[in-house]
Design a protein around this ligand. Structure first.
Ligand SMILES: [Zn+2]
Length: 477
């Protein structure tokens, strides 16, 4: 009996193998794709390769370089992309899936919950991440790091990986904070966990780590509060034991230093209150900290307020039509809230005095970015997308352009927007550069991004895990 059963199973296995084989033969699709002729920026920072060859098998790159290094197999499907430019897919290292780009998801900034109950907004965001997946890919973004949200944002990590065409997602889940506010907590789920004891910190780290949180997010570091800092020490120890890393919102220099001292490896914002000093730069360097400047998010609030007040419509700079209809409608109808109680005369005069060109960027943030850059600290590109006035997807262009305005050379910005973002997501072994063994996540551009980072806007196609789509074919509705 035993022998007979084994024999029967063998026949089944052979039959299955044959049918798989014949299925492949019937589809007649070559398994190897070759992109040939473009100028390649591989994301490592090495010199661009002209007339490059990238060989892709299924999801993976098997060779990327010049034609001497990489020779395409005879049966490959060869795409002539000469005259174009290729970089790895972009990474936005700072986003929030629970936030919509308007005030409906930020009742603390302007409460419009009579029109949009926050609980309903949060539920919608949980159920409908696909429109943002499309907006990201359409903008060339193949990876995002959600650095603070409801616990459900952690589910997107796996869901996006299983999705046929979505960016990679890393997520930290709820933020750990001294802030007693409850504005964006729900009775059933939280975005903010108040760190009121060592045990709260330890339990939160245990829970989020078991749910595969990529980092543990600290929001504000009250370094003068010894009790609070002892709670942070306890949770930091638990995070370290679990192989998880701290990430932090710490926009004051003293807070940023305290965050690094507590073990933070990713600063998700600029230091913006004062100039960074040698001590900070040395600490960041010694602790392998990644710095994410988020230069445009603060003034994004002003632009959204100005739209809500009816001072000036919010301008959506979106030639590739990547922004979804719901977001577009929210922004285009913002002035419905022009008589909101927040629009006092003094607030209105502040909004009117704001100059979208002159006041868009903070000079302290710009000079700190250059100090961090010159000290050789790794920098990642992050937008804080989802905050009012900072839209998912397209905001990455403006953020990169602001970093260029600070003085970062565009060829270095390519590395910051790709490899360093993957490093922030702790997935640099899998993607972020175009090298043998990495996933084939890349973008094709019409214009040279090393001449001007604004040329990232000339994106024509995006490849995610070996699947290529024209950005025109990605509709974010
Ligand atoms: Zn944020």
């Amino acid at each position: 009996m035993k022998t007979g059963r084994t024999w029967f199973l063998k026949i089944l296995t052979v039959a299955a193998a044959l049918s798989l084989h014949s299925c492949d033969a019937a589809s007649n699709a070559p398994e190897t794709t070759v992109l040939q002729g473009a100028t390649l920026f591989d994301g490592t920072g090495s010199a661009p390769v002209e007339n490059s060859v990238i060989i892709i098998e299924d999801e993976q790159i098997t060779c990327a370089g010049d034609s001497d290094t990489c020779s395409p197999p005879a049966d490959a499907d060869i795409m002539d992309v000469s005259g174009q430019y290729i970089t790895p897919g972009l990474i936005d290292a700072h986003v929030h899936f629970f936030q919509t780009g308007f005030f409906d998801s930020r009742p603390d900034a302007m409460d419009i919950s009579d029109t949009y109950p926050f609980a309903e907004v949060a539920a919608y965001q949980k159920k409908n991440p696909e429109r943002y997946y499309d907006a990201y890919l359409c903008s060339g973004i193949t990876g995002v790091y959600d650095v603070g949200g409801f616990t459900w944002s952690l589910d997107f990590q796996d869901a996006a990986e299983r999705h046929p065409f979505a960016p990679h997602v890393a997520a930290s889940g709820p933020l750990i904070t001294p802030d007693p506010r409850d504005d964006f907590n729900l009775p059933t789920d939280k975005t903010l966990v108040r760190l009121d004891s060592e045990q709260t910190g330890i339990s939160t780290v245990q829970y989020l780590s078991e749910l595969d949180a990529t980092g543990i997010k600290l929001w504000q570091i009250p370094y003068e509060d010894e009790t609070y800092m002892s709670h942070i020490d306890a949770l930091a120890e638990e995070a370290e034991n679990r192989g998880n890393a701290l990430i932090a919102h710490a926009t004051e220099l003293t807070q940023a230093k305290a965050a690094i001292e507590a073990g933070t490896r990713l600063l998700v914002h600029s230091v913006s209150d004062t100039d960074v000093d040698e001590e900070f730069l040395d600490m960041a360097d010694a602790n392998d900290v990644i710095y994410t400047p988020t230069l445009i998010v603060s003034s994004g609030y002003m632009l959204a307020y100005r739209a809500a007040a009816g001072v000036e419509a919010y301008e959506i700079n979106d030639p590739n039509n990547c922004v979804d209809g719901k977001t577009r409608e929210l922004m285009e109808t913002a002035d419905r809230f022009h008589d909101h109680s927040q629009m006092t005369d003094s607030f209105l005069s502040r909004l009117e005095a704001f100059d979208p060109d002159e006041d868009r960027l903070s000079s302290t943030e710009l000079s700190n970015l250059m100090a961090v850059y010159e000290a050789g600290i790794p920098i990642a590109v992050g937008t804080d997308a989802g905050n009012p006035g900072t839209l998912h997807g397209i905001s990455i262009y403006e953020e990169m352009e602001a970093m260029q305005e600070a003085g970062i050379p565009p060829e270095d910005l390519i590395v910051m927007a790709t490899r360093n973002g993957a490093k922030a997501m702790e997935r640099e072994d899998e993607f972020g550069t175009l090298e043998e063994g990495k996933l084939a996540n890349l973008i094709l551009l019409e214009d040279d991004p090393s001449q001007n980072i604004a040329n990232m806007r000339s994106i024509e196609q995006v490849m995610m895990k070996g699947t290529m789509k024209s950005v025109d074919a990605i509709t974010a509705d």
